[in-house]
Design a protein around this ligand. Sequence first.
Ligand SMILES: Nc1ncnc2c1ncn2[C@@H]1O[C@H](COP(=O)(O)OP(=O)(O)OP(=O)(O)O)[C@@H](O)[C@H]1O
Length: 272
Amino acid sequence: MLAAAVAAAAIPPAASYYSPAKLSWRWRASRSRRAARIEAGYSQLEVRKVTYRPPGTEHNLLNEINLSLREKSFGLIFGRSGSGKTTLLQLLAGLSEPTSGSICIQKYDDSGNPIGMSEMLTSQRVGIVFQFPERYFLADTVLEEVTFGWPRQKADLLFKEQLALNLQNAFNSVGLKTISLDEDPQSLSGGFKRRLALAIQLVQTPDLLLLDEPLAGLDWKARADVVNLLKDLKKHHTILVVSHDLRELYPLVDRSWRMQMGGSLKVETLPV
Ligand SMILES: Nc1ncnc2c1ncn2[C@@H]1O[C@H](COP(=O)(O)OP(=O)(O)OP(=O)(O)O)[C@@H](O)[C@H]1O
């Protein structure tokens, strides 16, 4: 029902960041990636010696960052305010480019030997939920919010149907299937707004989900709700989080790093 309602909706492509060509590519790419996932072994996100200096400035914000995170695991980056955590997330999301180094996905066999060449991690393969995502909701209804920027041409019907199915899966996985699509996103509870922001990213079936301070600004009940949701999502998704909320996220974490002032990253067990 949800998929049919969403596929039938003709929403103008208000945002250019989801062009039909880009989405078609993503759809084909995600199908081939799904087929690849059936192979034995595993893939891993690898950040290799990434340095970042903003254009026109004289100091590096990030220095030779190395990080690896296996698929379907949960990584957490913590550290003092201003140390460069969000800057790193922006590089991973493809919103800015490293000055040097690379960010890629490498496949391995069961014995840990690399299979073939690594693939560059492109922005199409990454979903990012910024801090306070509800501040960026634009639409009057949940339906418009989630279909914002979808193609509207008839030729894209099959593709829209696929997106709608993805959406149904995303709504199921974040526990949103009971809400009305006509509801105003701003009228949802704090926890449900975060669920909606996650669902919008999951429709694109990203290989990597990045979350910047996912618990910030929520009351204790919504925080527990989001932690439980992330625990479920981790079973099927690779998640990398930047957060100060170490104690609450601790039970989910497979790998953690401290971002140090001066922009270097150090593997470190959580200090809880
Ligand atoms: N384009 C830029 N040019 C110059 N400095 C920048 C630029 N972007 C960020 N900075 C500076 O880089 C530092 C790191 O910022 P960043 O937001 O990545 O830190 P953070 O660890 O995420 O902090 P917080 O925990 O407060 O969100 C800050 O001092 C910030 O002012």
